[in-house]
Design a protein around this ligand. Sequence first.
Ligand code: ZN
Ligand code: ZN
Length: 330
Amino acid sequence: MTTLDRRQLIGGLALALTAPARGLAAGVPAGVGHLRITVLDTMVASSGMDGEWGFAALVEADGRRILYDTGASPGMVLQNLRTLRIDLSDVEDVILSHNHGDHTAGLLTLRREFARTNPRALGRCHVATGIFAPRERADGKPNPEMADLKLAYEALGGTFVVHDAPAELLPGVWFTGPVPRAHNERNWNPGSYLSRPSGRIDDTVPEDAALVINSADGTVVLTGCGHAGVMNICERAHAILGPQPIAGLIGGLHLFLNNRASVEATGARLKALGVRKILAAHCTGFEPTWILRQALDASPADVAVATVGSQWISGVGLQTGVLARLGTAP
Ligand SMILES: [Zn+2]
Ligand SMILES: [Zn+2]
């Protein structure tokens, strides 16, 4: 049994035996001293980089690195990595937050590119249960995208690790596995379906999963598209790490379709959960970002729109791009 297998097993058993309010890892000293998260793919980009409707980010925890999501077009993340002069050839683990193409499309390109230097690079892909469930499109035809991606990734020597419970991938860095949907946030797109023997049902993206990190600043949450609902995801972070403040919430929150009352209610709940700062990427929406800033009584420096290259850094907070902050010119 590998270290990873043991951690998964311990994680699954411990969560079943631990009251959620206390938290699976509650009381455990912060596992990550220095954390840096760099956005590699999102809607907005500063000069020299490109944005798109998608998401990817690089997590660096005390020097150990994991790629979270891979962008919406095959080459975009690789292009931005080159501009940012980031090399992923020593990164062995990658996460796909869920099955949608705006998070998965770069996987094969990135595996091919960095495996040329290191055969293990991006060779282990963590996903949550449900990502390979049979799906169909609105016209009733099967949607083979994930089955095709699995075959192609395995043909490149990659292995999928499917998690049905929280798993500690690195010390203090937890993959949530599927997120319980206590709040009926319904943050998924209409028109796609899960195939069931009794007929199709709405695709609720049951596999949607986040990273929650026990850092020296407090909990940091990284989410791709937020289909599980950002309130549910932050409550899952509390269930895993205990009810300490959520110092940073980073990624796509999928609020761009929500009305003002809904976003305000979400903001109030996030405030009650101790969310302090937000780097709002991908499908969060610009107006929802401003509403969340008001709900948290936060400053522009603490709730901002993510651009490609923007970061979360331990002890600093948000390092936003020039488009996401006021300048100094008179
Ligand atoms: Zn999605
Ligand atoms: Zn998305």
